[in-house]
Write a protein that binds this ligand. Structure first.
Ligand SMILES: Nc1ncnc2c1ncn2[C@@H]1O[C@H](COP(=O)(O)OP(=O)(O)OP(=O)(O)O)[C@@H](O)[C@H]1O
Ligand SMILES: Nc1ccn([C@H]2C[C@H](O)[C@@H](COP(=O)(O)O)O2)c(=O)n1
Length: 229
């Protein structure tokens, strides 16, 4: 472990939409006493601020200027966390379907990725963190001590997202939800900058037939074995 890691190791959890990254990261961070860094929420926050400012999602000059002027923070709230942008709690607004769709475009823009990359590295460099996203183990922290690539079949991820949306009272169909998951996968995997892909040294975890507790137990055991090694 490098001398910079004064708070513990860095754990990276990458994977496609609906794989269970946020759910697992929240629980694993609690068990390890680590900080949960939801990098997807950071991209969503930039998308929300760009929407408010009326910035086109391919206007790289204005997006770069926007990113220079915002501060994104995670504030613990019991077992969860709030997402603050310049002190404003945007935890709910960033989770709308509209912001999610806009984020797919915003997250493909180089100035946004470069700005958030610096923020994420600053947040995690001392260790004692679990970062979840699409490019943590490949771009943000290629030297992370433990990397996982968490996935599940598109049908299973669509089913999970469908159940989540229905529980929130949204009128969606399972078929269209699976289609949106597949569309999001394609966008994240095919973009030019920091595409979604498994790092060669990432431990693959296919949770299609695993419960959250089974995934959590496997990951906790793996992290503890790596730290003890
Ligand atoms: N192994 C699992 N078995 C059943 N349900 C699961 C499993 N893992 C996660 N879920 C459920 O699937 C839904 C999506 O999980 P989560 O939001 O953690 O995924 P994610 O990878 O963070 O997605 P995104 O990247 O789109 O934010 C949640 O309702 C969660 O409770
Ligand atoms: N490190 C990351 C994290 C997220 N993204 C993109 C992928 C999604 O299109 C969007 C929202 O992510 P989610 O909250 O659904 O995990 O942000 C990325 O490109 N890189």
């Amino acid at each position: 472990m490098s001398a910079q890691r004064t708070n513990g190791v860095i754990v990276a959890i990458d994977g496609p939409s609906g794989a269970g990254k946020s759910s697992i990261t929240k629980l694993l961070a609690k068990r390890l006493g680590y900080l949960h860094i939801d990098t997807g929420a950071m991209f969503r926050a930039v998308a929300l601020m760009s929407q408010r400012a009326g910035i086109a999602c391919d206007d790289d000059a204005r997006l770069a200027e926007l990113c220079r002027g915002i501060e994104i923070e995670f504030e613990r709230e019991g077992e969860a966390y709030r997402v603050l942008v310049n002190g404003e709690d945007v935890s709910r607004e960033i989770r709308t379907e509209e912001v999610g769709l806009l984020t797919s475009c915003i997250s493909a823009r180089k100035p946004v990725r470069e700005a958030l990359l610096q923020m994420q590295r600053k947040m995690g460099v001392k260790g004692g963190v679990i970062l979840e996203g699409r490019d943590i183990g490949t771009v943000v922290f290629p030297d992370a001590e433990v990397k996982f690539f968490l996935t599940a079949s598109a049908e299973e991820r669509g089913r999970r997202r469908y159940l989540e949306l229905v529980a929130r009272g949204e009128a969606v169909s399972l078929e269209e939800t699976i289609e949106k998951v597949v569309c999001r996968d394609r966008q994240d995997e095919s973009r030019e900058h920091a595409p979604l892909k498994r790092a060669e040294d990432a431990v693959p975890v296919d949770s299609t037939a695993m419960t959250i507790d089974e995934v959590l137990a496997f990951m906790e055991k793996t992290v503890k074995e790596r730290v003890a090694a």
